[in-house]
Write a protein that binds this ligand. Structure first.
Ligand SMILES: NC(=O)c1ccc[n+]([C@@H]2O[C@H](COP(=O)([O-])OP(=O)(O)OC[C@H]3O[C@@H](n4cnc5c(N)ncnc54)[C@H](O)[C@@H]3O)[C@@H](O)[C@H]2O)c1
Length: 265
């Protein structure tokens, strides 16, 4: 029941850090996978590696989730290549990592940056779902997995970034958590409205994922997690396959927290 043999899966924003994790998991479960990302975006080395090893089962397509024309063109190209998809991982999303980029006090955060986050993370996700819905109907139903964030449910803890030598201190963008709250809300909306099309819709919420963060951040973050560490990429594979496959056939409208217990404390 965890297999996806014969199915076609689409992953948006697939060229970054988590995209190749979802793509690899879906390929390993037997699906053929369409990896979508912005025209001109560079596939990350793990995605290029999958492309080289899984030629035939994986194809890359240009697609901007904020453009309906681009989404429609991508859907047509995916259907030509593989047939109608029955799995959609709405992964495309933007954030602002801590770093030397401009930092702001709350009262000075420009609305333009706020708007762009909402445009991609909320409207882009909704529009990608709209664009692929006819294909889901042709395929007889399927599973949509929206990638959320634990900042949908709790506020980012600014103390995690206090050690960074930035003035004003780094603030996670306020619209990031707000956009991911909207993602969880849309999951419930879509789950109820698409149930009669045999489409299940759930949110996978990764906790902090181990990457190139500084050591002090990793120590502070791990202290906040009951399991005592950040997530590894492989921690995310099982939950994605569970939600994408028939293993979760009676699960819809659910937020699956994969956060090591961060939000339980
Ligand atoms: N990395 C983490 O620790 C973490 C934790 C929780 C949730 N998430 C969520 O996981 C998802 C992926 O995160 P990531 O770390 O891989 O980010 P990333 O920045 O590495 O990759 C995001 C990808 O989305 C693409 N993208 C941006 N705008 C797009 C658009 N308009 N249309 C299509 N593609 C677009 C980018 O080109 C990029 O390849 C996001 O939704 C993010 O909010 C990440």
């Amino acid at each position: 029941m965890f297999r996806l043999d014969g199915r076609v899966a689409v992953v948006t924003g697939a060229y970054g850090k988590l995209g190749p994790v979802w793509v690899g998991a879906l390929l390993d479960a037997g699906a053929r996978v369409a990896a979508l990302d912005l025209e001109g975006a560079k596939p990350s080395p793990p995605l290029r590696d999958l492309q080289a090893r899984r030629e035939g089962s994986l194809q890359l397509f240009a697609c901007d989730v904020t453009s309906r024309a681009s989404l429609n063109a991508a859907r047509a190209a995916v259907e030509d290549a593989f047939g109608p998809p029955s799995v959609l991982v709405n992964n495309a999303g933007i954030d602002q990592p801590p770093g030397p980029a401009q930092t702001y006090r709350i009262d000075e955060i420009p609305l333009e940056a706020c708007r762009r986050i909402l445009e991609v993370n909320v409207l882009g996700l909704f529009q990608a779902t709209q664009a692929f819905l006819p294909a889901f109907r042709s395929a007889g139903g399927g599973s949509i997995v929206n990638i959320g964030s634990l900042y949908a449910g709790v506020s980012p803890d600014a103390r995690l970034y206090e050690h960074l030598p930035l003035e004003p201190p780094f603030l996670k963008p306020p619209m990031y958590g707000a956009s991911k709250s909207a993602v969880s809300s849309l999951t419930r909306y879509l789950a109820t409205h698409l149930a009669s099309d045999r489409v299940r819709v759930n949110t996978l919420i990764p906790g902090g994922v181990l990457g190139a963060q500084d050591e002090e951040f990793k120590r502070k973050f791990s202290d906040r997690v009951p399991l005592g560490r950040l997530a590894t990429l492989s921690d995310l594979v099982g939950p994605l396959v569970f939600l994408a496959s028939d293993a979760s056939s009676y699960v819809t409208g659910h937020d699956l927290l994969v956060d090591g217990g961060f939000t339980a404390w």
